[in-house]
Ligand binder design. Structure first.
Ligand SMILES: [Zn+2]
Length: 278
């Protein structure tokens, strides 16, 4: 799943293509909010069984832009990840042709890949667009304000990742940023987590970032949160809101941690959610 296979969706003037950054290995033991016996029962997995999650990014092309939604993990998360630059190049998308990086949030598997191992920009001509609340939390706060060591480590890397883009950062709050492309705040997983919504050809696509990490658990129990959520209860509320919204509106979704390529539709039947992937 880390090869060149990619899936494109045409939406009027825009084409949106999924690219893989690789595979993240974790366990269901990182879940919180629901009894561990229940998560084992629902998933059929033991607490320490490996769980393999896709890490996807999406490229929006058209109307003179080539905007990458999220930047992958760079060289910070081991050899199974950090494949986004080579997968883009293999598909003929040179890294200096990327006009924008639209971040869903600042977290290692989404933003560490802004820079290479030497601290240089992978996407030197790109304008990096991020929610103001997200930038304040990860980049502008003092390290002494970190809630714990892992958060402090993520802050250190976040600060380094934006250095080469100092003159190319645009901070937004919940707005249309490009024609037919707008952000929708969905805080909780991180303070400024947002979805990116693309509209074209009479259709909508919501690239929803980390609204779902483990579909085999969280579609059945959206109240399952993660130790990586900065505000787990708010993350649950945002997840339920976006699941309801996309099911009701029949908006196509794209998920960073849904099996590659990550496109699908949310359906609700008998009080349960499903994702029909394409
Ligand atoms: Zn993630």
């Amino acid at each position: 799943m880390t090869g060149q296979a990619n899936a494109s969706i045409k939406m009027g003037d825009y084409t949106v293509t999924a690219f893989s950054d690789g595979i993240f290995q974790t366990t269901i033991d990182v879940t919180i909010g629901v009894d561990k016996e229940m998560t084992q029962k629902i998933s059929g997995k033991g607490l320490n069984d490996p769980v393999f999650l896709a890490v996807n990014a999406f490229l929006i092309e058209g109307r003179g832009v080539r905007a990458l939604v999220d930047a992958g993990s760079g060289d910070t998360m081991g050899p199974a990840l950090g494949k986004l630059p080579e997968n883009l190049v293999a598909a003929g998308k040179s890294l200096d042709s990327i006009t924008h990086v639209l971040l869903t949030h600042i977290h290692p598997d989404h933003s560490n890949g802004l820079i290479d191992g030497a601290g240089n920009a992978w996407f030197p001509k790109a304008e990096v667009v991020v929610q103001d609340a997200e930038y304040k939390f990860w980049v502008e706060r003092d390290l002494s304000e970190a809630a714990h060591d892992r958060q402090r480590g993520n802050m250190v890397r976040a600060k380094a990742s934006v250095v080469p883009y100092a003159k190319q950062i645009t901070r937004i709050s919940n707005c249309e940023f490009l024609p037919g492309i707008h952000a929708q705040m969905s805080p909780g997983h991180t303070p400024g987590h947002n979805a990116w919504i693309v509209e074209g050809g009479g259709e909508s696509l919501m690239i929803w970032g980390d609204t779902i990490h483990m579909d085999f658990l969280q579609l059945q129990r959206p109240d399952i949160a993660f130790i990586f959520d900065t505000d787990p209860q708010q993350a649950v509320r945002s997840r339920m809101l976006l699941l309801d919204q996309t099911a009701a509106d029949r908006t196509r979704i794209a998920g960073m941690h849904l099996d590659f390529p990550g496109f699908g539709y949310v359906k609700r039947r008998d009080g349960r959610y499903f994702i029909e992937q394409e």
